[in-house]
Design a protein around this ligand. Structure first.
Ligand code: AMP
Length: 178
């Protein structure tokens, strides 16, 4: 039996908006209903990697924490490695760190120093692109290790925050935009 692949608008309908989480004023995009539906989950991985085939990508880099879910599944489909970018203090071995500005204060993410070989072809994946600060910091870490970003791919993009302006030099894809 062949199952019909989901459209982006079907995926959009499954994304739950939770107002005022984790703090007042934030419209949190809850992707757990997408993950819980086998057809939607599988289909959104296909949309995130559309145009790439096994052999095209050496490593899929996923961003802590929801990005791991999509990036790991994409890595398996692309027969590529999976590399986590984590919040500072979570990775056990030596790391490179990159800080970036938040609305209030700053955050730091980290990647193992030996996570990528120089020249690695990288697909960067996260669940959501907002201001682009997190993804831009992840790009900086990949480039510090000599990796080359082929594309960055997000399930959701909050377009009004113009995050893709902070990701110059490579294609940026999103499946559902608000
Ligand atoms: P930014 O650095 O502003 O692009 O924020 C992107 C990161 O924050 C991603 O890892 C998202 O998982 C998370 N994030 C930001 N805004 C939201 C939101 N409205 N709903 C869910 N996650 C969000």
């Amino acid at each position: 039996m062949t199952t019909q692949k989901p459209t982006a608008s079907e995926i959009e309908r499954a994304i739950r908006n939770v107002a005022d989480f984790p703090k007042p004023g934030i419209q949190f995009k809850d992707i757990t209903p997408v993950l819980a539906d086998a057809r939607l989950f599988n289909g959104c991985i296909d949309l995130l990697i559309d145009g790439f085939k096994p052999g095209d990508v050496d490593s899929v880099v996923g961003i802590d924490a929801r990005g791991f879910i999509f990036a790991a599944a994409a890595a398996v489909k692309l027969e590529a490695g999976f590399v986590p970018v984590r919040k500072k203090g979570k990775l056990p071995y030596q790391t490179h760190e990159q800080s970036y500005e938040l609305e209030y204060g700053s955050a730091t993410i980290a990647m193992h120093v030996d996570a990528l070989r120089p020249g690695s072809r990288v697909l960067l994946i996260d669940d959501l692109l907002a201001t682009g600060g997190t993804a831009a910091a992840a790009v900086a870490l990949v480039e510090k290790l000599g990796g080359k970003i082929l594309e960055s791919s997000f399930l959701i993009e909050l377009k009004f925050l113009e995050g893709r302006k902070r990701l110059p030099g490579h294609p940026v894809r999103s499946i559902v935009a608000y």
